[in-house]
Ligand binder design. Structure first.
Ligand SMILES: [Zn+2]
Ligand SMILES: [Zn+2]
Length: 172
């Protein structure tokens, strides 16, 4: 059993957030999800040169709760060594951040698709939450814990953890 506090970072689509809050308990049924007040993105996380926010700076700046904190942001995020990230988890501090900037079909010139966006965001949110819960990357490309290098990887994997990862969740 775990509690996850969801914190919108910046102007998050409220409809998307509500849909995510409905989706998550169906994937992690024994978890408690709390929606918290939005926070603005920290100015010090912004790189004017890259026009992106540094994921670890946002994650560290998120409010601390008992349990896990997951920030959701519409802004593009990065980390040294990566052009961009879909999400970043910092298990030692119990905080993670997911960006849906590059999960939106319109980012790639496609028509907006709420259902697809929600599915992608759900996968990335579950992925980062399970990192916080102590799980590592899984070699099974269908498993939610497989690493997404590209959107193709995200679309290929399922929102559910594989059998082996599921066993790790219940034993922790
Ligand atoms: Zn990961
Ligand atoms: Zn797995």
């Amino acid at each position: 059993m775990a509690t996850a506090h969801i914190v919108p970072v910046g102007m998050v689509d409220i409809e998307l957030l509500r849909a995510l809050l409905n989706l998550l308990p169906s994937i992690l049924p024994n978890w408690i999800f709390e929606l918290n007040n939005p926070v603005p993105p920290p100015i010090k996380a912004y790189s004017a040169e890259r026009k992106q926010y540094k994921a670890s700076v946002i994650a560290l700046y998120l409010p601390k709760f008992s349990g896990y904190t997951l920030g959701i942001t519409p802004y593009d995020i990065y980390e040294e060594g990566f052009n961009f990230l879909f999400g970043l988890a910092m298990p030692k501090v119990g905080k993670a951040i997911v960006s849906y900037h590059r999960l939106r079909p319109e980012f790639y010139g496609f028509t907006p698709n709420f259902k697809l966006l929600l599915e992608r965001l759900g996968k990335e949110a579950v992925h980062e939450l399970l990192h916080l819960h102590g799980l590592h990357h899984c070699p099974n490309s269908k498993c939610v814990m497989s690493f997404s290098n590209s959107l193709l990887d995200t679309d290929l994997k399922e929102i559910m953890p594989c059998e082996q990862c599921r066993r790790k969740i219940t034993s922790s």
